[in-house]
Design a protein around this ligand. Structure first.
Ligand code: COA
Length: 174
């Protein structure tokens, strides 16, 4: 377990996969994700096996203090030479949105990334109209660093993707 203030992070397990299938069958949960279609149990099982062998990925379940599994958070494309990674997060249980659980899980993962994995930089990509996500990232100290114009096609139109990042000294000085 990695403990935050409102959340704690644990390794994902094979028995979590049915929960992921349920979360991603909901269009509202998928709205701002790269994963833009429902996913089957067989696909989840294949994804799970692949990530077990992938040393550039660290994925955790987000739990509340009451052990309720409300989402997932991960570091992807970890580069052990340049010491950076990309952060991804989803709270699949929608009733927990907007109450500080996401930002607590992000801070908890950043502390682990910088102080245990000795990473230097964590970046992320977020759709320009994901206001709640952008606000959560800003609260955790992520700074905007660029914009990929019309990189995303969704709801019948193109939208921009924002790039944000945080450096270790920025996190530790926050
Ligand atoms: C993005 C996500 C992880 C954020 O976690 P969260 O627990 O909902 O976020 P937090 O409560 O920590 O912070 C959200 C902030 O946005 C604010 N907010 C929420 N909805 C908002 C809206 N519609 N407009 C403006 N601000 C909004 C909240 O008030 C809060 O700010 P505050 O603490 O200053 O009041 C979560 O909402 C989620 O999983 N969403 C669906 C999947 C997703 O978008 N993943 C990220 C893809 S890049």
């Amino acid at each position: 377990m990695i403990y935050g203030e409102k959340t704690r992070l644990r390794r994902i397990e094979r028995q979590d996969l049915a929960t992921f299938v349920r979360w991603f069958s909901d269009p509202q949960v998928r709205e701002f994700l790269v994963l833009n279609r429902p996913i089957s149990m067989a696909e989840e099982e294949q994804w799970f096996e692949n990530q077990l062998r992938d040393h550039s990925t660290e994925i955790f379940s987000i739990e509340t203090a009451d052990s309720e599994h409300i989402g997932n958070i991960g570091l992807h494309n970890i580069n052990w030479v340049h010491r950076h990674a990309e952060l991804g997060i989803v709270l699949g249980e929608k009733q927990f949105w907007g109450q500080g659980y996401g930002s607590d899980a992000i801070r908890t993962l950043l502390k682990f990334a910088f102080q245990e994995l000795n990473l230097h930089r964590v970046s992320l990509r977020v759709y320009e109209d994901n206001v709640r996500g952008i606000r959560a990232y800003q609260k955790c100290g992520f700074a905007p660093e660029g914009r990929s114009r019309e990189a995303i096609y969704r709801k019948g139109r193109y939208c921009d993707e924002l790039l944000m990042s945080i450096l270790r000294h920025e996190f530790e000085g926050a």
